[in-house]
Design a protein around this ligand. Structure first.
Ligand SMILES: Cc1cc2nc3c(=O)[nH]c(=O)nc-3n(C[C@H](O)[C@H](O)[C@H](O)COP(=O)(O)OP(=O)(O)OC[C@H]3O[C@@H](n4cnc5c(N)ncnc54)[C@H](O)[C@@H]3O)c2cc1C
Length: 480
């Protein structure tokens, strides 16, 4: 077998679906006997949706989720800011609200269309990674032990990752002292718009409300440090709504009542030889901004095409596979810093600082350019890989404009795209590599080499085919 994917959460499912779509021989196992029925991560952001389009999953997500276009900031009933979450330049100018169990259901359905199923109640125990491959010990539901040999292994096995422990990777960081209540239930009497996420600042802590479906909401509320680590009751949630909300909101029909603490941790290197880490196995942080699952799924999108090119003998392992951690570890670091800042702002204890925050929020967040920058940032469309070993030229590492009909990287082979007005000179390159010719990205632009995940590998001047060719040769190396 070429790749063993451990863990069938949203990240493992994305990983396996991308590998299977590209014709890689792989297996995906999960120790849980059944998929989760918990809503967990609710937001799928624009960049994740763009990348899902490449595997043909975009329409199913659009049909299932509920678009949210606004975030309201409130001090009790007083609106401090109405932030439009409508980033420019994407086919998905909104945040798609969809419970994680639905996200996983859609991904698993997509995976089956590529001929692969999750093997359930199969647990990874030990693993040994050598120069030629990985040996993994699996335990089946009937107690049977199986030793699997794979060329590569991807640990998408969540925050308590067995794979991470097995490779001895440190998970540096801390557990924050604050405690949080979480509830999925029905709310009535809410003055916010149905497509609005709402955050209420209060001296006692922050209250955040997220629409899931008609009348159903996710409630998250910070509690003072030292609050007992217990699940809240419906009455607890009602008390928080009464104290911090706009007044007159009634909670009913709880679906899920839970609590959590925030961990901010990350591995330094997402790879050890033939073993990779992705998603919560590599980074965990505050749910502020809903970045966790999206970042993890984008780890998978980043690694899958590189592994596929190597497994199909279309590229050498380096520098492609080395670029995975080089590209995604800085993104994880940035997400940790940003979500940490958001959490610190939301949970300020000092009343003078709280007043200052509320004043600044009502002044600054009303400005259109500030809102536009926030929307772009949250939607993850500003993420790029400028410092990557794969990036060169004037636009190397930037996200290429999205193609709606046939996105970059769609289909059953991970191909680079050579985008140019004038294709004369491209023939030798097309003969050497699995690449396709596409129209120039923008009027007047020279040659742009676009990766199968829609990021620019190189921007060059008109006619600089030799330069582009050398760069692509360098990226793909001499295939095995
Ligand atoms: C209660 C809760 C609430 C959350 N709320 C939010 C939220 O509001 N917003 C947000 O952005 N994020 C939230 N998250 C985080 C979000 O769910 C994660 O970021 C996301 O699930 C990460 O996906 P993953 O695939 O990396 O890991 P997971 O979803 O954790 O999946 C890992 C999978 O690996 C399997 N596994 C583990 N060990 C083994 C093994 N040894 N062998 C085989 N299989 C194994 C597990 O069974 C599991 O299915 C929440 C998480 C929890 C737990």
């Amino acid at each position: 077998m070429q790749v063993l994917v451990v863990g069938a959460g949203p990240v493992g499912l994305t990983m396996a679906a991308e590998l299977a779509r590209y014709g890689v021989e792989c297996r995906i196992v999960d120790k849980a006997p059944a998929p989760t029925d918990q809503s967990r991560a609710l937001v799928v952001w624009s960049r994740t949706l763009e990348l899902l389009d490449r595997m043909g999953a975009g329409p199913a997500f659009r049909a299932t989720g509920v678009p949210a276009h606004h975030t309201g900031l409130f001090d009790g009933a007083k609106r401090l800011a109405d932030i439009r979450i409508e980033p420019d330049g994407t086919t998905y100018p909104y945040a798609l609200m969809i419970p994680q169990n639905e996200t996983e259901r859609l991904l698993a359905a997509r995976l089956r269309t590529f001929g692969l199923q999750v093997e359930r109640a199969v647990e990874l125990g030990a693993l040994h990674s050598g120069a030629d491959g990985v040996q993994a010990e699996l335990t089946h539901p009937d107690g049977r032990r199986e030793t699997v040999h794979a060329d590569w292994l991807v640990g998408c096995d969540g925050a308590h990752s067995t794979v991470r422990h097995a490779i001895g990777a440190g998970f540096e960081g801390e557990t924050l002292p604050s405690a949080w209540y979480l509830a999925d239930l029905h709310l009535s009497g809410l003055p916010t718009r149905p497509d609005e996420m709402a955050m209420f600042f209060h001296v006692g802590g922050v209250l955040a409300l997220f629409p899931i479906t008609q009348g159903r909401y996710r409630v998250i509320a910070s509690m003072p440090a030292g609050t007992p680590p217990d699940d809240p009751t419906l009455e607890d949630i009602q008390a928080v709504l009464d104290a911090r909300g706009p007044g007159g909101v009634r909670a009913a029909d709880p679906i899920w009542l839970s609590h959590f603490r925030i961990n901010e941790r990350k591995v330094e290197d997402y790879r050890a030889g033939r073993v990779f880490l992705a998603g919560d196995a590599a980074h965990v942080h505050s749910p502020a901004g809903g970045q966790g699952m999206n970042t993890g799924m984008q780890d998978a999108f980043n690694l899958a095409w590189k592994l596929a090119l190597v497994c199909r003998g279309l590229a050498a392992p380096e520098p492609l596979l080395g670029s995975y951690s080089a590209e995604r570890s800085p993104v994880g670091r940035m997400v940790l810093a940003q979500t940490g800042r958001l959490t610190a702002m939301a949970t300020l204890q000092n009343t003078a600082l709280q007043a200052l925050r509320n004043h600044a929020a009502s002044l600054l967040l009303g400005l259109a350019p500030v809102q536009a920058a926030m929307a772009k940032n949250l939607s993850e469309i500003t993420i790029g890989y400028k410092d990557s070993p794969l990036s060169a030229g004037h636009s190397g590492g930037t996200r290429a404009p999205v193609q709606q009909d046939a996105p970059f990287g769609a289909g059953d082979t991970p191909r680079f795209a050579l985008c140019a007005h004038d294709p004369d000179g491209a023939a030798p390159l097309l003969a050497r590599h699995a690449a396709v010719l596409e129209p120039a990205l923008r009027p007047g632009e020279g040659i742009t080499l676009v990766r199968p995940d829609g990021y620019v590998a190189m921007g060059a001047l008109r006619g600089e085919w030799d330069r582009v060719g050398r760069h692509l040769d360098g990226l793909l190396g001499a295939p095995a």
